[in-house]
Design a binder for this molecule. Structure first.
Ligand code: G4P
Length: 557
């Protein structure tokens, strides 16, 4: 038998090694291309508005376009009505419904669109702030009659902090409202947005005839009582007499004049400026009549960002990275008090998430597998096998997660941008049943992990203070402590205006500040130092007296 000479063996081994490298590169390449393809199809956004501006109605119309729901009214049940302000039991009941609609996904023009629901009730604003950390863009709904309202201002300021791209939808044009230009001025001044109208209304209320789509140069006519709400007519030249035929002489003249003004006053649409939150396209319409919604949606799918990179303390994480990473932005308690399990909502930030795979729970430094990751699609719950950047999945949790937790394929990462904001209302919390102090401590800890409210512990005497955005949460906490943890609490009033996270590079100044203001110093759940200001006046005084100390209204700065 002829022996294979050693040079041939080396050649064979080299060839085998090379083929395996090539195969592995090919696999990686295919994986990467598939991941890229999935990412390019996704748009994850939130709709924000002051209650009653039309967020629920608009959400529903978008879902109808995508075929995710068949009937109007399907989303309505998610809405916590304003009449429920004092009825927290009703809110508890509705919490169950809102889990199902936390994420509503639909497909439109080959794209997978995820709408993350934001609670309209202002007492749950903190929940909305956190959800905004998981979106890549937002649509702001404004009522044409009411203009920019307070809740919208607060929510938009949170988006602006993160340079989130914003589209504005001015709703209820079938009713009389403010003049279009006055509204745009208000949006610029109160919301601090640079606007760029991409559609313009022709009349309003009784005289509402439709909109001129400046983006596509089309006239879209409103047919209030016909089944087909829109007639779309291409008019590339507004000087054409065709315009008069459709809207009449007076409206045609007015539209021409207004469009000329728009071109003179407002800049052209600049996608780059939109993507960095420096320009906001504006659309006009009537959500209830499904009018002007399609124009906005068509533009949205074209311009809205696909999943964007996310900042972690260690580095920026790109969605196209091979390795999976995600963060928990919302935790929802189970409605059944006998089962204390919860659902943690996780946004996938990079790579592919797979069911039954070992992942690292970074804060706890331990491996975890998820056997029932769930997607929530307008009341339909399904177990998902895999998820991609931009997707949100629900993870069943028995108390392992806190808001802001990071899960990865192995790397130690901490996603940033999930700050706590200063609460608006504060109360001391006392134990009302000395035999149940352990239960109270555990209940409070878990409710705070869920983000129901914030807990501050005073440095001076260890007393606990609960801070919330709305008064309703105090009732919710008391009720849940009793029903889920068997603990009883009592509240005691405390006169506080704001909680400010304090920080200084100057150790000596910090030490002196902490000593002098000891009575007003507390620590938040992460042990960060907080100054509790009694009034805006006292805060101003303290700021003036301690110029070396930085005072922040949110926990991340
Ligand atoms: P929200 O989620 O932002 O709180 O608002 P929602 O969609 O529930 O709308 C608030 C009210 O405004 C609803 O009326 C809704 O029907 C109405 N609405 C929404 N879009 C339009 C529109 O384009 N034109 C007019 N005229 N009304 C609109 P409601 O009476 O409070 O509730 P419902 O009885 O209709 O459910």
């Amino acid at each position: 038998m002829k022996l294979i000479d050693s040079r041939n063996i080396t050649k064979i081994l080299t060839f085998a090694a090379l083929s395996s490298i090539v195969a592995s590169h090919a696999r990686n390449f295919i994986y990467h291309m598939a991941l890229k393809d999935e990412i390019s199809k996704r748009k994850t956004f939130g709709i924000i508005s002051h209650p009653d501006a039309g967020k629920t109605t608009l959400t529903e119309k978008l879902l109808l376009f995508g075929g995710a729901i068949q009937v109007a009214g399907a989303v309505k049940s998610n809405k916590i009505k304003r009449s429920a302000t004092s009825d927290f039991m009703e809110i508890e009941r509705q919490r169950g419904i809102s889990v199902a609609t936390s994420v509503m996904a639909f497909e439109y023009r080959g794209q997978k669109i995820n709408i993350l629901d934001t609670p309209g009730h202002q007492d749950f604003a903190e929940d909305t702030y956190r959800t905004l950390t998981a979106v890549d863009s937002v649509i702001v709904v404004i009522d044409v009659a009411k203009g920019v309202e307070i809740q919208t201002e607060k929510l938009v300021s949170v988006c602006r902090m993160r340079q989130t791209p914003i589209i504005v939808f001015i709703n209820k044009l079938d009713r009389e409202g403010l003049d279009g230009f006055d509204l745009l001025d208000e949006v610029e001044q109160k919301l601090g947005l640079n606007v760029c109208p991409l559609s313009w209304p022709i009349g309003m209320g009784q005289r509402f005839q439709g909109v001129y789509n400046l983006y596509e140069q089309k006239l879209v006519l409103f047919r209030p009582h016909s089944k087909q709400q829109e007639d779309v007519i291409e008019i590339t030249d507004l000087d054409s007499s065709e315009l008069e035929q459709h809207v009449g002489e007076a409206a045609a003249a007015e539209l021409r004049e207004e469009v000329t003004m728009i071109t003179e006053v407002y800049p052209d649409f600049d996608k780059e400026a939109y993507m960095t939150g420096n320009q906001s396209p504006v659309f006009f319409g009537s959500a209830i009549n499904n009018f002007g919604v399609k124009e906005m949606l068509d533009c949205f799918v074209e311009i809205a960002p696909t999943p964007l990179p996310r900042a972690a303390e260690e580095r920026s994480v790109d969605p196209e990275e091979e390795q999976f990473a995600g963060f928990v932005f919302k935790i929802h308690a189970n409605m059944d008090p006998k089962h204390r399990d919860r659902i943690a909502f996780m946004r996938v930030c990079s790579g592919k998430f797979e069911r039954n795979t070992n992942y690292l729970h970074v804060r706890q430094n331990r491996k975890m597998k998820f056997s029932n990751p769930t997607s929530f699609m307008a009341a339909k719950k399904t177990v998902v096998e895999e998820a991609f950047p931009g997707d949100v999945i629900g993870l069943y949790d028995s108390g392992n997660f806190k808001i802001g937790d990071t899960v990865t394929a192995g790397e130690v990462l901490h996603f940033k941008g999930i700050p706590s904001f200063s609460p608006e209302q504060f109360r001391y919390v006392n134990n009302a049943d000395p035999l149940k102090s352990k239960q109270l401590a555990k209940g409070l800890e878990q409710l705070m992990d869920e983000g129901v409210a914030q807990l501050f512990i005073k440095e001076e005497n260890g007393r606990k203070i609960i801070g919330t955005v709305g008064a309703l949460q105090f009732d919710v906490i008391k009720y849940r402590l009793e029903h889920e943890y068997g603990a009883k609490c009592e509240y005691e009033p405390i006169n506080l205006h704001k909680a400010c996270w304090v920080h200084s590079e100057d150790d000596k100044a910090m030490k002196e500040f902490l000593q002098r203001r000891r009575r007003d110093i507390a620590r938040d759940k992460h042990g960060q130092l907080v100054y509790l200001a009694e009034s805006s006046w006292s805060l101003k005084m303290v700021q003036e007296n301690h110029p070396e100390i930085a005072f922040h209204f949110k926990s991340e700065y």
